[in-house]
Design a protein around this ligand. Structure first.
Ligand code: ADP
Ligand code: TYD
Length: 212
């Protein structure tokens, strides 16, 4: 990330509540752009091990503070081993979730620990995506989509509808705080329609003045 603009790839992230369709859209965009697809928590062998600690088990398994440390540890490994080397080689990277998830889940919805999240991010991560899409979906729709998957990774979905509503407000507030980086996408459409919208905006961004 110290290379001159133009010689490194673009870093694009997808955010939103559980079941909003982020993974579907991240995959479609990565395929369309020929970018590396990755995800959080996870995205490197070490971070995938930490992921299992985070997404399985009881909702109350970790305190919010412990959770922030685990997500940040996973992100640091993901950044060191996967994201940074690829961007520096000129590859583009599309990640299903990144630091905005910690800002909203741990910083606002799970506990009001925004200050701690910001300090850890500044000290341990220190980078932002070039472009972030928040896939915005009605929480009831998203909850039924997510639980229907029966993935066994439902520790956060088990927190219920009110929690998802709070998360949605958190992601929309985040988009207001970072208007140059974060674009809100209406996810209450078919996956194909959402993908077309996302690709149009991503290509517009990549060809635009903000991206070398
Ligand atoms: P997330 O990564 O946000 O949890 P997924 O992309 O895994 O969401 O989608 C959750 C479920 O909803 C999956 O079964 C997926 O096939 C389905 N899905 C994704 N996008 C849409 C859409 N636009 N309309 C209807 N179902 C969708
Ligand atoms: P993910 O696999 O993206 O779940 P889903 O496909 O259901 O959206 O992420 C797992 C859970 O971890 C999800 O509920 C969001 C949560 N999470 C945080 O609480 N903080 C974070 O920093 C990240 C990256 C995820």
């Amino acid at each position: 990330m110290t290379l001159p603009p133009g010689s490194r790839g673009a870093f694009i992230t997808f955010e939103g509540i559980d079941g909003s369709g982020k993974s579907t859209q991240a995959k479609a965009l990565a395929t369309a752009l020929g970018a590396h697809l990755t995800r959080e928590p996870g995205g490197s062998p070490g971070a995938e091990e930490i992921r299992r600690l985070l997404v399985e088990g009881d909702a109350g398994r970790w305190s919010p503070e412990t959770e922030i440390l685990l997500f940040t540890a996973a992100r640091r490994d993901h950044l060191e081993k996967t994201i940074r080397p690829r961007l520096e080689r000129g590859e583009s990277v599309v990640s299903d979730r990144f630091a905005d998830s910690t800002r909203v889940y741990q910083g606002v919805a799970r506990a009001s620990l925004g200050g701690l999240v910001d300090i850890l991010h500044a000290k341990m991560i220190g980078v932002e995506p070039d472009l972030t899409f928040v896939i915005d979906v009605d929480p009831q729709t998203a909850l039924s989509r997510g639980l229907a998957r029966q993935s066994g990774e439902d520790r956060f979905e088990s927190l219920g509808l009110a929690f998802q509503q709070e998360l949605r407000r958190g992601f929309l507030a985040l988009a207001n705080s970072y208007p140059a980086r974060v674009q809100v996408i209406d996810g209450n459409r078919t996956a194909a329609d959402v993908a077309t919208d996302v690709l149009t905006r991503a290509v517009g961004f990549l060809n635009g003045p903000d991206h070398g």
